[in-house]
Design a protein around this ligand. Structure first.
Ligand code: ATP
Length: 443
């Protein structure tokens, strides 16, 4: 049974605390496009940086890239997107709603009593027709067929068309990878579930180029590494699993594909894909561009078109996984509280700083502490309302530490540091705070 209540609570918390807002809300919103507020932008940035660090900085065989969103239109012919990046669309003649024909079981008819599309008597679905998910626009002042360009539906192609440039400039050779984080756009028929399926989203993709024959070993390696990465972000291991694509599910380019799935309140769903794309993409680009995209080993004279192992993760979908997984309601000190138990390393704000009362010089001392910490971590000063309420606000924001300046601070320059999860309060000397927090924020 989908826990729609949990999703509703999360959407409301995300808005209240400034994680995620609906795009163009004052105009009634725009379908399945979302904006990240002050806390959301930090959360997503932390996730992206963590991914980038593990892919690019911690390895000497992966290089970074930031390719443009707009590409030569032939790229999308070569990749198969112009012809085949389609979903089957059905319309209901009665209620005018649209559904994906292959996902009717996940759809919801807008008529009451609510049923799945096609199940109610009055449902009158059309035959499915194929709908291309790419957004089209025009390059230059003339809006004709010759000036059609697409907003990229995946970041991968920017890597493939640059693979020789990167390999030569960075003096790499297979096995090596290229990592990229960037926006992708898909005109999804049935977007939804908050930021799970949106029309504009960010992908974190890494394409690993290997010698044919070594692809299966590398596929296994990346599959395991990516799963471990998610466990290290702090996602509950029991809510993670692999789903192997059966042969009829495989994309046209893939020899093997595994999804990493998370158990969302609306069921198990993919949030990262690991694909063995073979030499399909490079061979197609060779054919369409007329350029040789082989690797030539100068020592052995061996030449081949590399196979590609892809790891493709949605930054927004990962943010949703992390938020859902961190959300908990519990009773502490006789009161209900909502907490986002985010790992300190990915929490948007690292510490809240609170003067216990707004007098006796406590706000000034707290401000000075803020000034000391501000250049190192995102922190938040709050002197509004009871100390309990201020703690609760930061619990909801996922802030791991609460620093309180009280009467004793004025005597011995120590503050209390409250741990969001254990609620244990430790007295720490104000001049040791930076080191104290640094130690605890790395995990
Ligand atoms: P789906 O079957 O859910 O449409 P897909 O198999 O087409 O997804 P891929 O093309 O493999 O997805 O994309 C890789 C990753 O990009 C997905 O695992 C997901 O995290 C992210 N992603 C894809 N489409 C969207 C979308 N519309 N909104 C948000 N994230 C997306």
């Amino acid at each position: 049974m989908p826990d729609t209540q949990l999703m509703d609570k999360l959407v409301s918390l995300a808005k209240r605390r400034g994680f995620i807002f609906q795009s163009s809300e004052i105009y009634g919103g725009v379908g399945s496009v979302w904006d990240y507020g002050p806390l959301g932008v930090e959360l997503k940035k932390n996730l992206k940086e963590r991914w980038w660090r593990s892919m690019v900085y911690e390895r000497d065989d992966i290089e970074g890239l930031d390719a443009a969103i707009l590409m030569h239109p032939r790229v999308w012919e070569a990749s198969g997107h112009v012809e085949g990046f389609t979903d089957p669309l059905v319309d209901c003649r009665t209620c005018k709603a649209r559904f994906r024909a292959d996902q009717l079981d996940q759809g919801q008819c807008p008529q009451k009593p609510s049923k799945k599309p096609g199940e109610a008597e009055q449902c009158n679905l059309t035959e499915p027709r194929m709908f291309n998910l790419m957004f089209r626009t025009f390059m230059g002042p003339v809006e004709d067929d010759a000036s059609v360009v697409y907003l990229r539906p995946e970041t991968a192609q920017g890597i493939y068309v640059n693979y020789l440039n990167v390999m030569q400039a960075a003096r790499q050779k297979p096995p090596f990878g290229i990592a990229q984080i960037g926006k992708a756009f898909r005109n999804e028929i049935t977007p939804g579930n908050f930021i799970f399926r949106t029309r504009e989203f960010e992908q974190m993709e890494m394409q690993f180029f290997v010698k044919p024959g070594e692809d299966e070993r590398w596929f296994e390696e990346w599959k395991e590494r990516r799963m471990q990465w998610h466990r290290d972000v702090g996602i509950t291991p029991d809510k993670l699993r692999f789903h192997e694509h059966a042969s009829e599910e495989l994309a046209h380019y893939a020899k093997k594909a595994f999804d990493i799935e998370y158990e969302f309140p609306f069921g198990w769903q993919e949030f990262e894909g690991i694909h063995n794309r073979t030499d399909f993409d490079l061979k197609r680009h060779m054919e369409y561009s007329g350029k040789k995209l082989e690797y030539v080993d100068t020592a052995t004279k061996e030449r081949y078109v590399p196979y590609i192992i892809e790891t493709s993760l949605g930054a927004d979908r990962l943010a949703l996984v992390v938020l859902v997984d961190a959300y908990r309601e519990e009773e502490v000190e006789g009161e209900q509280r909502v907490v986002l138990g985010l790992k300190p390393a990915i929490a948007p704000i690292k510490a809240g700083v609170f003067p216990l009362v707004k007098k006796d010089g406590m706000p000034e001392v707290a401000q000075r502490i803020c000034d000391d910490l501000r250049s190192r971590f995102p922190i938040f000063y709050d002197d509004g309302g009871s100390i309990g309420r201020r703690y609760r606000r930061q619990d909801e924001a996922g802030t791991p530490f609460g620093i309180t300046v009280d009467g004793q601070t004025l005597e011995d320059q120590t503050v209390t540091v409250r741990d969001r999860d254990s609620l244990v309060q430790e007295r720490v000397s104000a001049d040791r705070l930076v080191g104290y927090l640094e130690e605890r924020l790395t995990s």
